[in-house]
Design a protein around this ligand. Structure first.
Ligand code: GLP
Length: 244
């Protein structure tokens, strides 16, 4: 779906999420959301906060799982995804703190393996993801599933691609300060979500969007695995769609 601009497109995504939350509320069920960071989802979160403040949308039945976090990374660090999510969404809505799950960048290295297995298990125990919001990196990563990620990959620690670290360097005051690793949900974790929406804006995403949607499915561009998902929508602005 191609929109004139990111603002209009973000409102449509937020409306879909709000509708899902409310339809689950009517059935007295939890709504399990997979959430993303980066600049792409910011306006979606802004609209959800607005709906909470002005329209009374409640998040009391919402359980969230974030895609990824840099490793190592403290929660107080304003470059952490923990900080980002609280700043842009969680501090402004009525979600229960125990329903928020973000990969923990402070876990000891020798406990990481078990931590990732447990993160995956918690998603399953909560009934699986009803909806996964995604951005896309210029390497074709979703979450931090960099080129080479297997279709069956699960939550794990990953080494970040050079291009990804370059793109993050302005947030970190130089590439040398960008962590070399991250914890990310796997490709299969994402593909198991009942619904997936990938948001991409601006010209610098046009090439990877074209290769993701029209290219061969391959772990060289992990986002291409989404072509096999039965309920996925790419929500684009005109610039990001310009190479299609
Ligand atoms: C980071 C995140 C991804 C995100 C990507 C794109 O690498 N780990 O989940 O999709 O950035 O970021 P942006 O939306 O700022 O272009």
């Amino acid at each position: 779906e191609i929109f004139k601009n990111a603002a209009d497109a973000s409102i449509i995504i937020a409306q879909e999420i709000a509708y899902l939350i409310m339809s689950k509320q009517k059935k007295n069920k939890n709504c399990v959301l997979g959430l993303a960071t980066g600049s792409s989802p910011i306006k979606v979160y802004e609209e959800l906060v607005r709906m909470h403040r002005e329209d009374g949308l409640s998040f009391s039945n919402v359980i969230t799982f974030n895609l990824d976090e840099y490793y190592p990374m403290s929660k107080e660090n304003n470059q952490s995804y923990y900080y980002f999510m609280h700043e842009h969404l969680f501090n402004h809505i009525d979600i229960l703190p125990e329903n928020i799950h973000i990969p923990d960048g402070t876990v000891r290295f020798d406990s990481l393996n078990q931590y990732c297995i447990d993160y995956e298990m918690t998603i399953k125990n909560k009934g699986g993801l009803d909806f996964q919001l995604l951005g896309i990196g210029r390497t074709g990563h979703v979450g931090f599933n960099e080129p080479g990620s297997h279709v069956n990959s699960q939550t794990r620690i990953i080494t970040l691609d050079h291009i990804t670290r370059l793109d993050a360097s302005s947030d970190f005051n130089g590439i040398n300060n960008v962590p070399k690793r991250a914890i990310t949900m796997g490709v299969s974790t994402i593909l198991r979500s009942k619904r997936v929406v990938l948001a991409a804006w601006k010209q610098n995403k046009a090439e990877i969007i074209e290769r993701t949607i029209q290219g061969l499915i391959s772990s060289e561009i992990p986002a291409t695995f989404l072509q096999n998902h039965t309920n996925v929508t790419f929500v684009l602005d005109q610039s990001a769609a310009s190479e299609l």
